[in-house]
Design a binder for this molecule. Structure first.
Ligand code: GLN
Length: 548
């Protein structure tokens, strides 16, 4: 089948769930038997998301091949239940870098290289490349930002050029926002009309409007949008807030979005039929499992990337949060996640006692010294009070620091990330990472992507995975220092996962504790609603058993 392309862009404002819309579209097309390849385009100059502050930009998601990208890639993977590569994440920075390098190598044969068409052409080349690699029937391209922004105009230009060449196989959807102003009390369509106009001025008429809002769109407003925006009523899709994101594919199918997409892209709806009941059986079972979950599973997440002052959670821990939900649902519980500011645990020791009220504690990944002593206190509390504990990356490293200090008697033990002169560098930088740091090669220079992990038979980890070996995704510069392995093990910490190629500790656990596991890798990146990560399931199971 000739590859079809659906460009999805935002209207009115960002942060309204465009990524979830794209992920849900990907899911419903996959459930009809189509091969789908989602691509995220970010209009910033950064080559990847690795150098960006998570507070500002949300989580940095890492693909198997080690690309640090936008968190939407995580949503795509979770909804599609497929692993994607770095090719699915495109930034303005990458495009310019490639074009300039090609020009320097005389790749343009001496002619003048211009913003148009050479930049959009490179975008198109990359989209086609993704289609070829994935043998995709449909490529869904999420263009970051909103229509009318200066930044993403060249990506819309790529869509326009593609559509000009092949109008039957290229479609455009606008995910727009319909506010309900407090004083008016009803949904307003005008901002969406203006967003459509902005898109039209970039030469693109949308085929679909996905109308995000607190409520469903009513018939008069659908008619109004159809009239003023030149979009068939049947292609105006109501997308009210959902109780949880995994519900959205079903909501879309209720609006018959799948059929309409197939029509618009000229794909046979007889061949790629809608599954009976709207969505395919595994996804339906997932929704049923979520609906039936009962009894709270209260997990505290001890971190520092919270919006300052307000305690509103940023997206910084998106995959961790989703993985915790997958784990809780898998054991039939309703997840209740509470954010604890690590710095508060430093200032106020009474805050520590609150931790005893939870079923489980999780210390996620992080960087630098801020909040570290608070995290160490929380870890000690979990160890001593036998509260199920999961430490991810920095969380694992700090659990080793805590154990070294308070159980092995190595006072002042630390990670050299925080104290380069510590007497006991139990966590230390890898030699090649140190060289890169010294040369100030920072972007893309961590230990990134998928690495093997051999599991120690009959450990907590091996029993969770039900395997002898696994592969997990990484993003870090520091490691457990093998010089301290002997004393740590002698005092009771078990190294239950090791990378066999380089003898690096991947998992450290405490036998005899109800559940105390730290991972050097990021298991949250591979947890999927249809396939919850085994360590999150084991953690949830142990947490559910805890009597508070
Ligand atoms: N800062 C630590 C390191 O670089 C941990 C990184 C992380 O948690 N992703 O090794």
């Amino acid at each position: 089948m000739i590859t079809r392309y659906l460009f999805v862009t935002g209207g009115v404002m960002s942060g309204i769930g465009k990524g979830i819309a794209v992920s849900s579209i990907a899911r419903i097309l996959k459930d009809r038997g189509l091969r789908v390849a989602p691509v995220k385009i970010d209009p910033y100059i950064n080559v990847d998301a690795g150098t960006m502050n998570p507070l500002e930009h949300g989580e940095v998601f890492v693909t198997e091949d080690g690309m640090e990208c936008d968190q939407d890639l995580g949503n795509y993977e979770r909804f599609l239940d497929e692993s994607l590569t770095g090719h699915h994440s495109i930034t303005t920075g990458q495009i310019y870098q490639t074009v300039i390098t090609r020009e320097r190598n005389l790749g343009y044969g001496g002619r003048c290289v211009e913003v148009v068409p050479d930049i959009p052409n490179e975008v198109i080349r990359r989209l086609r490349e993704v289609a070829r690699r994935r043998r995709a029937d449909v490529v869904i391209v999420e263009v970051g930002g909103t229509a009318g922004e200066y930044q993403n105009i060249l990506f819309l230009e790529a869509a326009r050029l593609m559509r000009r060449g092949n109008p039957r196989h290229i479609a455009v959807a606008l995910v727009s926002y319909l506010p309900i102003p407090h004083a008016v009390g009803e949904m307003k369509t005008k901002p969406t009309q203006q967003a459509v106009r902005a898109l039209q001025s970039a030469g693109l008429q949308p085929d679909f409007i996905i109308a995000r809002g607190a409520q469903s769109l009513d018939a008069p407003r659908k008619r109004k949008l159809a009239l003023f925006c030149n979009v068939d009523e049947a292609r105006i899709i109501s997308a009210p807030d959902a109780e949880y994101i995994y519900r959205v594919p079903e909501l879309f199918e209720r609006e018959r979005l799948g059929d309409r997409l197939l029509e618009t892209l000229h794909i046979s709806s007889r061949r790629y039929r809608r599954p009976s009941g709207g969505i395919a059986a595994p996804w339906r079972r997932l929704l049923r499992r979520i609906d039936r979950a009962h009894g709270e599973l209260r997990i505290a997440l001890i971190g520092k990337y919270f919006a300052t002052g307000s305690f509103v959670l940023s997206d910084a821990y998106l995959s961790v949060i989703e993985a915790l939900k997958h784990g809780a649902w898998a054991v039939g519980r309703r997840p209740v996640l509470v954010w604890i500011d690590a710095e508060q645990l430093e200032r106020d020791t009474r805050a520590l006692a609150v931790l005893g009220k939870f079923h489980g504690l999780l210390v996620p990944g992080g960087f630098g010294g801020r909040g570290v002593e608070g995290k160490l206190r929380a870890i000690r509390f979990a160890r001593e009070h036998r509260i199920p504990f999961l430490g991810l990356c920095y969380g694992m490293q700090l659990s080793v620091v805590e154990f070294a200090r308070n159980v092995c008697g190595l006072s002042g033990a630390h990670t050299t990330e925080v104290n380069p002169k510590t007497r006991h560098p139990v966590i230390d930088i890898l030699p090649e990472q140190e060289r890169l740091l010294r040369e100030r090669v920072l972007g893309g220079s961590m230990r990134l992507g998928l690495f093997r992990c051999a599991l120690r038979p009959s450990s907590v980890a091996a029993r969770a995975y039900k395997a002898r070996e696994t592969q997990e995704r990484h993003r870090h510069r520091y490691e457990l220092n093998n010089a301290y392995r002997e004393i740590l093990e002698r005092k009771g910490m078990r190294m239950s996962g090791v990378n066999p190629d380089r003898d690096l500790v991947e998992i450290a656990e405490l036998p005899g504790h109800p559940f105390f596991v730290g991972t050097q890798f990021h298991p949250e990146l591979q947890s999927r609603p249809l396939h919850p990560h085994p360590l999150f399931v084991a953690f949830a199971k142990a947490a559910a058993r805890r009597k508070r």
